[in-house]
Design a protein around this ligand. Sequence first.
Ligand code: B1M
Length: 212
Amino acid sequence: MSEILSKMSEAVIKGDTDNIGMLTELALSKDLTAEDILNKGLMPGMDHVGVEFRAGNMFVPEVIVSARAMQASMNIIRPLLVETGAELTGKFLIGTVQGDLHDIGKNLVAIMMEGAGFEVVDLGNDVAPETFVQAVKEEKPAIVGMSALLTTTMRAMDRTIQALEEAGLREQVKIMVGGAPVTSDFAQRIGADGYASNAPAAVDLAKRFVAK
Ligand code: B1M
């Protein structure tokens, strides 16, 4: 069974969008769970891509096709990840901040939140502070989540919080930040209410926010 998961990792690394769907279905038919597929197949593949990219052995176009392959599999396992039948817990607005195009982690957080019963409004990636402000006015979420994958775009989280403050909306929402370069120290410094290092931790934090 772990052979299928290794093949899935390889499919992510090679950006094999043609076969990853079939491998995902095969894994599910062999009673592997959506979590197994995500954590033991897709994520190790994407981690490897990150290492090779940093080492200069893979380039942006190759990383894009890897990301597409991962998304293709995630589209199949998505309903299984959200399938908990949980009652709606609150509205969660999420986006990747301005200047940042990475959206796989943000999508994963959104999927897990949906699975935990949150109503999710996903603003996508490269979301400007003023777009967050407008969306908070319209959607009135309980929680705003921001994702950043680049050290250069982390500052946009700060700017978004300032924009919410200037619009008089800051006190209406809890703000959660996350993404590979983000730390709890950074979250504190910019005045966010919390930080989560991964999608399940984000769900735990969101539940604590709405329970208060
Ligand atoms: Co880029 N990239 N990338 N990239 N990319 C990284 C992030 C990098 C670490 C690679 C490297 O050097 N090893 C590096 C950043 C260095 C830095 O700033 N510290 C980097 C770079 C430099 C770049 C470009 C600048 C490259 C270039 O053009 N020269 C460029 C920037 C473009 C832009 O955004 N303006 C770029 C572009 C891209 C692609 C478009 C090719 C593609 C993105 C495709 C897409 O997302 N649709 C891409 C990818 C795929 C990666 C890596 C390989 C994988 C990221 C990923 O999806 N991981 C990445 C290296 C790596 O991380 N291994 C890299 C899987 C995902 C599930 O994890 O996103 O960390 P992650 O999400 C986790 C947690 O962080 C957390 O939960 C998630 C699930 O557990 N989390 C949250 C995330 N958001 C959260 C929000 C929360 C809570 C938790 O609350 C709201």
